[in-house]
Design a protein around this ligand. Structure first.
Ligand code: 5GP
Length: 135
């Protein structure tokens, strides 16, 4: 079954389009965290960062950079967050890979900073070794 974003790309579901090229589509988020919150998605459907082929990811990121620059030059935010959620535990609700562009203004509290944690150096070394084993 086509994802909600595939239905948006095909025009079956309306969207406020920002940008489109051969491989990607960008549109305003229906539940924006801030003014100009934009989603960039590949036209081909992949659920997450683990499944998207590198060349498709490269096309998405090229559009992310292009749209981010246009947001910066048009809306003049003080900053811009790029967010990409994978898995329900990370807040992903639409399982068609997408990148959030969230313009930020000083003091807007549109996104809260994460709480920092502390790990001992031997644990940090073990974490990094575990990750390295899969590269
Ligand atoms: P996620 O939580 O999966 O990273 O983000 C999904 C995003 O898609 C949410 O921010 C949500 O507001 C947005 N969204 C879900 N359905 C629609 C829709 O039909 N139209 C638009 N424009 N955005 C949508």
């Amino acid at each position: 079954m086509a994802s909600i974003f595939s239905k948006i790309i095909s025009g079956e579901i309306p969207s406020t389009k920002v940008y489109e090229d051969a491989h990607t589509y960008a549109f305003l988020d229906i539940g924006p965290a801030s003014r100009g919150h934009t989603l960039v998605v590949p036209k081909q459907e992949y659920p997450d960062i683990y499944s998207i082929p590198p060349d498709v990811l490269a096309a998405v990121m090229a559009s992310v950079q292009r749209v981010a620059t246009a947001i910066s030059q048009s809306l003049h935010p003080d900053g811009l967050n790029i967010v990409q959620n994978n898995g329900a535990a990370a807040g992903q609700t639409v399982f068609h890979f997408h990148v959030h562009l969230i313009p930020r203004w000083d003091g807007d509290r549109a996104m809260l900073p994460w709480k920092t944690q502390q790990f001992e150096q031997d644990e940090l070394s073990a974490i990094a070794a575990s990750i390295r084993q899969h590269l």
